[in-house]
Ligand binder design. Structure first.
Ligand SMILES: [Zn+2]
Length: 436
């Protein structure tokens, strides 16, 4: 008997974290129902994917869309259009640099309302952990945050202060009781202060010297220690050093529930690139050495660096200009190009699917996301991998159309992005696994 489905995607090269197969995909009610060669189904709609790769839609768990409050820097409409153009179907928004920052239920409700009306792909929300809001953890978990983000050093905006060790410990204990997860920006403020005091000028290299690898390593070690003591699940955002990622791996081996992510800019650039790029390349932690860049890439290619996210942290071009690298806004725009940049550097398609979708959804509990398998949402990226180009500003869909990645080789033209089997139009809120 021929079964009836809503949609069939025919004859694509289907990429999953497990393997690559030439297959059809059947979709009903926005979910994948079957995968196999020449499926015997009768579909309301057929898409011919021959010659194309079909990836699980990307999950970018680290973006700053800044809405509500700083919509001159980025908007949810522009940010999610950029994600869809780059093959992404879900994102999780950071608690800053929106205004208000997402540290209580009122701010959460504002962000949920903004994303519900403007996002064209599905979305989750991170809460913030700051001194004085530990008592908001339970209420934010009840609202449906996927976890919490804390800074161990100043964040760059006054509304989102750094956590002292006591707040981190209390917050992690509370987060652990709810089975949630804490994400940390790991740079040690004391080490940063010491190096800052020794820096003479305001150049790109002065800025880089003010934020040494030691600050990252000390903060990661500290966070892992508190996670071990409190039993809190821990994730270190934008790890910039090879030693930092190795420290996380070692802690996993000793039983701590910790993970780490890196970003395309730490896989592409080294310290000297900041001078070349100017202010658009300023971020923190800063770019590191060739040994870090190449070491992180090797871990990614070997499948032991599980997660790559964009850390899309946009602003106006004006804020990225000037000679004083300490005053220039820190943050890179990049959520549209993560997959195309990594493919251009010959990352294996399965690794790409794992690092930009499957592993992200699993680690952060995005139910039904990140995999091409029966029962999962039909979030798909149909891409022509024969297409190569360089990244151009006129192709960017950000509110502010510039990026440090302009001019970089890219591979993979987006033919179609599907969210739950449809063209991206109206995103849905993603609650953590286990919540109603
Ligand atoms: Zn960030």
């Amino acid at each position: 008997m021929i079964s009836k489905v809503d949609l069939v995607v025919r004859a694509g090269t289907v990429v999953t974290a497990a393997g690559v197969i030439d297959a059809d995909l059947a979709v009903t009610d926005g979910r994948i129902t079957d995968i196999g060669p020449r499926l015997d189904v009768d579909a309301d709609e057929e898409i011919d994917a021959s010659g194309l790769h079909v990836f699980p839609g990307g999950v970018d768990a680290h973006v700053h869309f800044n809405e509500p409050g700083r919509t001159d820097w980025e908007t949810i409409a522009c940010g999610t259009a950029a994600l869809a153009a780059g093959g992404y179907t879900s994102y999780v928004d950071m608690p800053l640099n929106s205004l208000p920052v997402t540290i209580d239920t009122e701010a959460f409700d504002l962000k949920l309302a903004a994303a519900s009306s403007a996002a064209i792909v599905d979305f989750g929300i991170w809460g913030g952990l700051v001194p004085g809001n530990v008592d908001q953890v339970d209420a934010l978990v009840d609202r449906g945050v996927l976890g919490f983000k804390a800074f161990m050093c100043p964040s760059g905006i006054d509304e989102f202060p750094a956590c002292d060790t006591i707040t981190l410990r209390e917050g992690m204990a509370r987060i652990a009781r709810r089975g949630s997860i804490l994400l940390v920006h790991a740079e040690d403020p004391v080490i940063l202060d010491q190096h800052m005091a020794a820096v003479g000028g305001t150049s790109a290299s002065d800025f880089i010297r003010s934020r040494p690898p030691d600050a990252e390593l000390a903060a990661i070690a500290n966070a892992i220690e508190i996670a071990a003591q409190t039993g809190c699940r821990l994730h270190v955002v934008h790890v910039s050093t090879l030693a930092g990622m190795q420290m996380i791996r070692a802690a996993q081996g000793s039983g701590v529930d910790v993970s780490g992510e890196t970003c395309p800019h730490y896989l592409l650039y080294v310290e000297d690139d900041l001078q070349r790029l100017g202010g658009v390349g300023k971020c923190f932690p800063p770019f590191r050495t060739a040994a870090d860049r190449d070491g992180l890439w090797r871990m990614l290619a070997a499948g032991v660096l599980p997660i790559v996210v964009s850390d899309h942290s946009p602003s106006t071009l004006e804020l990225k200009q000037g000679d004083d690298y300490f005053k220039i806004w820190g943050g890179l725009s990049g959520c549209q190009s993560t997959r195309q940049l990594l493919l251009a550097r010959s990352l294996d398609a399965r690794r790409l699917a794992a690092a930009t979708a499957t592993n992200v959804a699993r680690r952060f509990g995005l139910q039904g996301k990140g995999e091409i398998a029966p029962g999962y949402d039909a979030d798909l990226w149909l891409a022509d991998l024969t297409h190569t180009d360089v990244l151009k500003s006129e192709d960017l869909l950000y509110k502010n159309r510039f990026s440090a990645h302009e001019g970089q080789p890219i591979r993979g033209r987006t033919v179609m992005t599907l969210v739950r089997g449809r063209k991206p139009e109206k995103g849905r809120f993603i609650r953590p696994v286990g919540s109603s």
